[in-house]
Write a protein that binds this ligand. Structure first.
Ligand SMILES: Cc1ncc(COP(=O)(O)O)c(C=O)c1O
Length: 379
């Protein structure tokens, strides 16, 4: 059966269409005034001094690692429970990702494990706000400060949420967002790096536009190896329009999370999260199977897919991928992340998911889980 209810999708309305149409009619499609307007609005929303827009979250990570000065032989400590881009973007800059284990309660990088992974070659801590829940920023900031490292937060899941009352985006040395359609807001493809440091900001700008410093008249100077990973004016117009509704998107995601948790309360096969709902931007709703159901993840996944529910799994531990195996990484390095991976499934979570659709997902899941019991009884 084709997917009737996906795990994530964009929310586009007439105001977005109007904003993009207006941009199309303007003089600028690429490097016009909307890019800066979007950057300023994003920085202001997050309480950061600067935002530098990028073509996507992956190039934004590359820009951040470049600005951090990553070079051959450097290391950075990161989490295995993420999309591979968090780690691979650093490899592009010549550095080596060192994976440290997660806190199973949140799926986020465990500061104690991160501390153990630091070596004299480490330049930065690069945690990920898994599913939209901020990492333990106080502990990681302290660790980074004590060890003289940069804290580079991959917050691609967490735009719109806060840590201890402060919006994500203005806390770490650099914070990365993605505006892919399933994220908190979208620009189609898109990303940004936020920072309070003017020197880092200059490096971020340089990296996305060929390392160019402008001179007088026609003169310009290519001062370093860099690339083109600019966001366009068109996309920035969409981003500005989306940003106005970000809070309502996050509020709806939280409502959906609350409804899932209420529905699953008392289910023997499901472990509800114990951390507060309002702490996360809920990019993902990660169902955690437990007990015997945990070892039946594939069956549950396949049955949900067969029923037209577009479930996914976030994430296969990064170092399990063939590219990383080829680099010499071995399974077993982060047992807590691996154990969590084995029993999780991402359920549909996006602002336009209706209560009726969500109820259907819950009902189908219940039937699937009952089917597991029935299968066991029949054997
Ligand atoms: C945690 C994380 N980091 C980075 C990225 C890369 O972002 P993009 O798809 O915009 O390149 C993603 C995208 O899925 C992500 O989930």
């Amino acid at each position: 059966m084709s997917v009737r209810i996906p795990y994530g999708r964009q929310t586009i309305d007439d105001s977005d269409l109007a904003a993009v149409a207006e941009s199309l009619r303007s003089d600028w499609l690429t490097q016009g005034p909307k890019v800066e307007e979007f950057e300023k609005a994003l920085a202001a929303y997050c309480g950061a001094k600067f935002a530098v827009a990028y073509s996507n979250g992956t190039t934004a990570l590359q820009g951040a690692y470049h600005a951090a000065g990553f070079k051959d032989g450097d290391e950075f400590v990161t989490t295995p429970l993420t999309f591979a881009a968090t780690a691979t973007a650093g490899i592009w800059q010549g550095a080596k990702p060192v994976f440290a284990d997660v806190d199973p309660a949140t799926g986020n990088l465990d500061p104690v494990a991160a501390a153990k992974a630091i070596t004299p070659r480490t330049r930065a801590l690069c945690p990920v706000d898994f599913g939209g829940r901020p990492v333990d920023l106080d502990a990681l900031r302290k660790l980074a400060k004590d060890k003289g490292l940069l804290l580079i937060e991959d917050a691609c899941h967490a735009l719109g949420t806060a840590y201890k009352g402060k919006k994500i985006g203005g806390i770490a040395d650099m914070t990365i967002f993605s505006f892919h359609p399933v994220k908190s807001i979208t620009t189609g493809e898109g990303g940004a790096v936020l920072t309070n440091d003017p020197a880092l900001r200059d490096k971020l700008v340089s990296f996305r536009q060929h390392g160019i410093r402008r001179g007088e008249d026609w003169l310009y100077y290519v001062e370093e190896q860099a690339t083109n990973c600019r966001l366009t004016d068109l996309q920035s117009a969409l981003g500005l329009s989306q940003l106005k509704r970000l809070d309502s998107f996050v509020a709806r995601r939280r409502e959906i999370a609350r409804r899932y948790q209420k529905a699953f309360a008392g289910w023997a096969e499901v472990e509800n999260e114990t951390v507060p709902v309002d702490d996360s931007a809920w990019h993902l709703y990660v169902l955690r199977l437990k007990g015997a159901a945990g070892s039946k993840r594939r069956e549950v996944f396949q049955a949900l897919r067969a029923a037209g529910i577009g479930v996914q799994v976030h994430y296969i531990p990064v170092y399990w991928h063939p590219f990383y195996e080829g680099l010499g990484y071995k399974k077993g390095a982060c047992p807590k992340a691996e154990a969590l991976y084995e029993r999780i499934i991402s359920l549909p979570m996006y602002p336009t998911l209706t209560n009726a659709q969500q109820d259907e997902v819950v009902e189908i899941l219940r039937t699937v889980l009952d089917g597991l019991h029935a299968n066991r009884a029949a054997r």
